[in-house]
Design a protein. Structure first.
Length: 154
């Protein structure tokens, strides 16, 4: 049996590899415009521990997968929670099953910080497969739906 894929907390020197993953993720899921400055600000805030953290899978200085986590609160409360803002595995690495260790890392951070963890994903391609993968590791708690007046009705 193979050793589990290690996920480590990213450091500032990982920024370029992380940003490359962010650009790839946006390219796959471009229902929104891209504000590169906003993305860079979020990544840097997490890398310096100001608002959260980023877990990465890295092999030989090659960042292959990431989970971005932010400490925040709901609109109605001051209670802190841990939210994912991006979980992404590079397309050429998806067969390596990095999602499982990324989800385990997020759960470990939730335990470490003693905060509830909220995770989800947006997208219509591969949604069923993603839902099954998430459900294997996290209890389901609701669903997301989207209406866009600029898109034809399904």
């Amino acid at each position: 049996m193979q050793n589990p894929t290690p996920v480590r907390i990213a450091r500032p020197q990982d920024e370029l590899g992380i940003l490359d993953l962010c650009w790839l993720a946006h390219g796959e899921r471009s229902e929104r415009s891209l504000n590169k400055v906003k993305v860079q600000t979020m990544v840097r805030s997490c890398l310096t521990g100001q608002c959260g953290m980023i877990g990465i899978v890295e092999v030989a200085s090659d960042v292959r997968a990431m989970v971005g986590l932010i400490v925040s609160s709901a609109w109605c409360s001051d209670d802190l929670e841990l939210h994912d803002w991006l979980v992404f595995v590079r397309p050429d690495c998806r067969h390596l099953r990095y999602l499982t260790p990324l989800l385990a890392f997020a759960k470990q951070q939730s335990i470490r910080l003693n905060l509830p963890l909220w995770m989800g994903f947006i997208g219509d391609e591969r949604a069923e497969a993603k839902a099954r993968a998430y459900h294997r590791h996290l209890p389901k708690f609701g669903e997301f739906f989207r209406f866009d007046p600029h898109q034809p009705a399904a």
